[in-house]
Write a protein that binds this ligand. Structure first.
Ligand SMILES: Cc1cc2nc3c(=O)[nH]c(=O)nc-3n(C[C@H](O)[C@H](O)[C@H](O)COP(=O)(O)OP(=O)(O)OC[C@H]3O[C@@H](n4cnc5c(N)ncnc54)[C@H](O)[C@@H]3O)c2cc1C
Length: 400
């Protein structure tokens, strides 16, 4: 457990802007931390976003999938907080997040897949997930006769998995926080972090210096450059992911879950009157590439038609397809919590493609660590920055 608490709120320079906590970046993770801190009684949280609007980082590019079907206990636990949070979002925040519990259906095409899904299922059930079950090949075939199922040997399905609208969730969280005392600065880039021998004293921004004892790095795929400012080498790499929305299409049910073809990772879900297609191209290499590569369309449509023969008839407008960045860590888990060498500097980075679904839990965990020095939601030491240096990585294999 991390035992670092919020430092004292100190007025370092009388006319300087002050914040109890300054959050760098204004995506869904920052918004959730702002919400949870404010809801816990923090009066002066400042979120600093360099763009003219929120959502221009990865949050606005996300597929919006939320699932508890993971392979590691800590990821499952984060979803066990986050998904019910999304289910009651409108009630809590007075703003919609578009949660649609249509499920995730993993389709196994080998006995090894099935064994893997069963082991995950048992872990999920033992941690308290109620809505997940193993599903037989005939049932999958019966529910979705449009799937080519000659090689499907079974699968797993969780009915409370589903989709949210990431942009709406982010705005809901930030609006609630702002209505209760938090501030959002847009068009403001963080350029420096000042420290004295007790730790962080201020953040430097293009709008001036902000006196604060507590800073959270929520800069998404750009988190390494913020970490460098305080001398930390954060192992978070940007990796391009591309999504292809289709034109309206009615030959597959719009009530379908996210369906994952485990033979190659192709997955899709209903979106508006069409479908949203995704596939992790193994040839993709790390880097800040956010242009959509047109040749990806043929690659993904080949996989789409292979699993769903009626998808031969899909129409796609390449201009509507897009690319964004995953923020990958070596073990595909986020890095959360304090940095012992820099008192007052906290990390909420490296979600490896799960930052929307784990934003609620992250907000809760960071708020608890900052305010109470510990969290009961997970064993936070598992996700600490020091795990890399100490060789304590925990691999998540259920990646999409
Ligand atoms: C194609 C795609 C599909 C995805 N699908 C899913 C999914 O189905 N489910 C899921 O859970 N996740 C998904 N993800 C991942 C998810 O979108 C991210 O994990 C999540 O959005 C991360 O949120 P964030 O707030 O940490 O980062 P971001 O949303 O990237 O926000 C970081 C912000 O920091 C700002 N910033 C950076 N540097 C500075 C600075 N110096 N000063 C001020 N501001 C700065 C940026 O402008 C940006 O707005 C997907 C991602 C992509 C690209």
């Amino acid at each position: 457990m991390t035992d670092v608490k919020l430092g004292p709120i100190t007025m370092l320079v009388s006319n300087m802007e002050t914040a109890e906590v300054a959050i760098i970046g204004g995506g869904i993770v920052a918004s959730s931390i702002a919400y949870h801190l404010t809801a816990a009684g923090c009066k002066n949280v400042l979120v600093i976003e360099r763009e003219s609007a929120q959502g221009k980082g990865s949050t606005g590019k996300s597929m919006g999938g939320v699932r508890a079907q993971f392979s590691t206990p800590v990821n499952i636990q984060m979803s066990l907080y986050s998904i019910p949070f999304y289910a009651s979002f409108e009630e809590r925040l007075g703003h919609p997040c578009g949660y649609r519990p249509q499920g995730y259906l993993f389709c196994a095409t080998s006995d090894a897949h099935l064994k893997y899904l069963r082991a995950n299922y048992e872990k999920q059930i033992s941690l308290g997930l109620k809505d997940v079950r193993m599903i037989s090949a005939p049932e999958i075939r019966g529910n979705f006769p449009q799937l080519r199922s000659d090689d499907i040997v079974g699968g797993s399905f969780c009915s409370s998995d589903g989709f949210v609208d990431p942009y709406s969730a982010m705005i809901g969280l930030m609006t609630w926080a702002a209505d209760h005392g938090a501030k959002l600065w847009k068009n403001t880039t963080v350029t420096g972090v000042q420290q004295d021998r007790n730790g962080v004293t201020a953040v430097e921004t293009t709008r001036g210096t902000v006196s604060t004892r507590n800073v959270v790095n929520c800069a998404g795929a750009w988190a390494t450059s913020i970490a460098k400012i305080v001398g930390i080498d954060l192992p978070v790499e940007p990796l391009r992911r591309m999504l292809v929305p289709t034109e309206p299409f009615d030959e597959f049910p719009h009530t379908a879950p996210m369906i994952i073809d485990m033979s190659n990772g192709f997955h899709f879900r209903p979106e508006a009157r069409g479908f949203l297609l995704a596939w992790n191209d193994p040839e993709e290499t790390p880097g800040y590439k956010i242009d959509f590569e047109p040749s990806f369309i043929e690659k993904i449509l080949t996989r789409a038609a292979d699993r769903v023969p009626v998808f031969e008839n899909l129409a796609v407008n390449p201009k509507r397809a897009w690319a964004g960045l995953y923020e990958m860590t070596p073990d595909h888990h986020p890095v959360l919590g304090a940095v012992p060498t820099v008192p007052g500097f906290f990390l909420a980075n490296g979600f490896s493609g799960h930052g929307v679904m784990h934003a609620p839990a992250t907000g809760k965990i960071l708020a608890e660590i900052m305010l109470n020095g510990k969290t009961d939601l997970i064993d936070a030491s598992l996700l600490s920055f020091s795990r890399f240096a100490e060789g304590r990585m925990i691999e998540e294999t259920a990646l999409l």
